[in-house]
Design a binder for this molecule. Structure first.
Ligand code: FAD
Length: 366
């Protein structure tokens, strides 16, 4: 019998498998499709610290530090581009100092950027913007290769991989779609937004996002990951579709353009949303108007009502640990999630308090 079965080989499942296998546990990974097939393939790969709440800044800061710790031995792309939050006007600029202080309170380096400095840092920005905030240690990576590298590390520590779909999960047990059952001490459910197919009562809604990527540019247009300060409003959002300017320089010379948010929609690319998203991007970086878009795609974030992931035991099913509900931050927070999951399984303490992320906060014990 395995110590742990990890359901899902997205970046969260891969991080958990790597963490648990390297701790000496016997780990099996069960994935219904290919590794990094779900939201992980659709994500932007921005590794950022976000300041939406105390619990969120602690989780993202912890995880970003873990990524930096891993980076020197990492074979795949990991670049510290920094994030430049762009304030469009004086009203948005007015909130920047408060945000900077909040970051600093949690030990995260953050600098207010005045208007002149904004254009020195990023000359391609549209004229007339007010300034912003720079988070120098934020980074970017390519999520599919980051996931396969984490999986490789798990395999080197003895983890095994099975391509199959899990039909149901019981106490210390999973059932595959072919009717076979597998016993295990723990199950880690890292199935992203599909977790609700196994547990419809989980408080998770699918939140669709669009991204577009340009052709390779002859020379770099931007250096930082750029985000409008209004992004947080889009992330909080209502049931209405929203777009926010979010632009990432890729090591290939391409630009990754995001992003949109809408609940419960089909997987199809929706051109009216894409047009809004691209118009927003062009309003911040006018030269994008001349760039060729080579591909547009969608993916589903797993959104919880309070914007925090579900990490910890499912109180109704012995042995089941949830690791899902990461919305737009699962790539950033995958490594911290894995540390918290390890704490729940082995007792090895993570560097942050696991309490704010416990699933029990959102649904009662059964
Ligand atoms: C447009 C967009 C942009 C984003 N940008 C960023 C970003 O810049 N930074 C960031 O940190 N995050 C970003 N995210 C969020 C991030 O992509 C996700 O939070 C993260 O990828 C979730 O990873 P996961 O492993 O939990 O889920 P997934 O990647 O969805 O993986 C779940 C896996 O479980 C498998 N699975 C599901 N059910 C079963 C089953 N029953 N049996 C077996 N296998 C199963 C699936 O096939 C899948 O491979 C973005 C998301 C989107 C949509």
């Amino acid at each position: 019998m395995m110590d742990v079965l990890v359901i899902g080989a997205g970046i969260v499942g891969a991080a958990c498998a790597q963490e648990l296998a390297s701790a000496g546990l016997s780990v099996g990974i069960v994935e219904k499709s290919e590794p990094a097939f779900g939201a992980t393939a659709a994500g932007m790969g921005h590794i950022l610290v976000l300041d939406d709440s105390e619990a969120q800044i602690r989780l993202t800061a912890y995880s970003r530090d873990l990524w930096h710790g891993l980076a020197p031995s990492y074979r795949t792309e990991f670049r510290t581009t920094g994030t430049l939050w762009v304030a469009a006007n004086e009203q948005e600029m007015g909130a920047i100092e408060g945000r900077r202080d909040f970051y600093r309170k949690y030990g995260v380096d953050a600098e207010v950027v005045g208007q002149d400095q904004l254009y020195q840092l990023e000359p391609a920005l549209a004229p007339g913007l007010a300034g912003g905030m720079r988070i120098p240690s934020d980074a970017v990576l390519y999520p599919p290769t980051a996931t396969t590298e984490l999986l490789d590390r798990a395999f080197r520590s003895g983890a095994t991989y099975l391509r199959s779909e899990i039909k149901s999960i019981g106490a210390h047990l999973v059932e595959l779609v072919n009717g076979e059952t597998m016993e295990t001490t723990h199950v880690v459910l890292a199935a992203g937004a599909d977790a609700t197919k196994l547990f419809p009562s989980l408080p998770i809604r699918k939140r669709k996002g669009h991204l577009a990527i340009t052709d390779r540019l002859p020379r770099p247009l931007i250096r930082h990951q750029l985000i409008e300060t209004g992004y947080l409003q889009s992330a909080h959002g209502s049931d209405d579709a929203s777009v926010a300017f979010n632009l990432q320089p890729r090591s290939t010379g391409q630009l990754l353009i995001g992003s949109s948010r809408q609940f419960e929609s089909s997987r199809e690319v929706e051109l009216p949303i894409v047009e809004r998203m691209l118009a927003q991007a062009v309003s911040y970086v006018p030269a994008l108007r001349d760039c060729l878009i080579t591909r547009i795609w969608t993916g589903f974030r797993a959104a919880t009502p309070d914007g925090l992931p579900l990490i910890g035991p499912h109180s109704g099913i012995p042995g089941l640990i949830l690791a899902t509900g990461h919305e737009g931050l699962g790539i950033s927070t995958s490594l911290a999630t894995a540390k918290l999951v390890r704490q729940h399984i082995t007792g090895t303490k993570a560097e942050i308090d696991p309490a704010p992320y416990l699933p029990d906060r959102l649904f009662p014990a059964t």
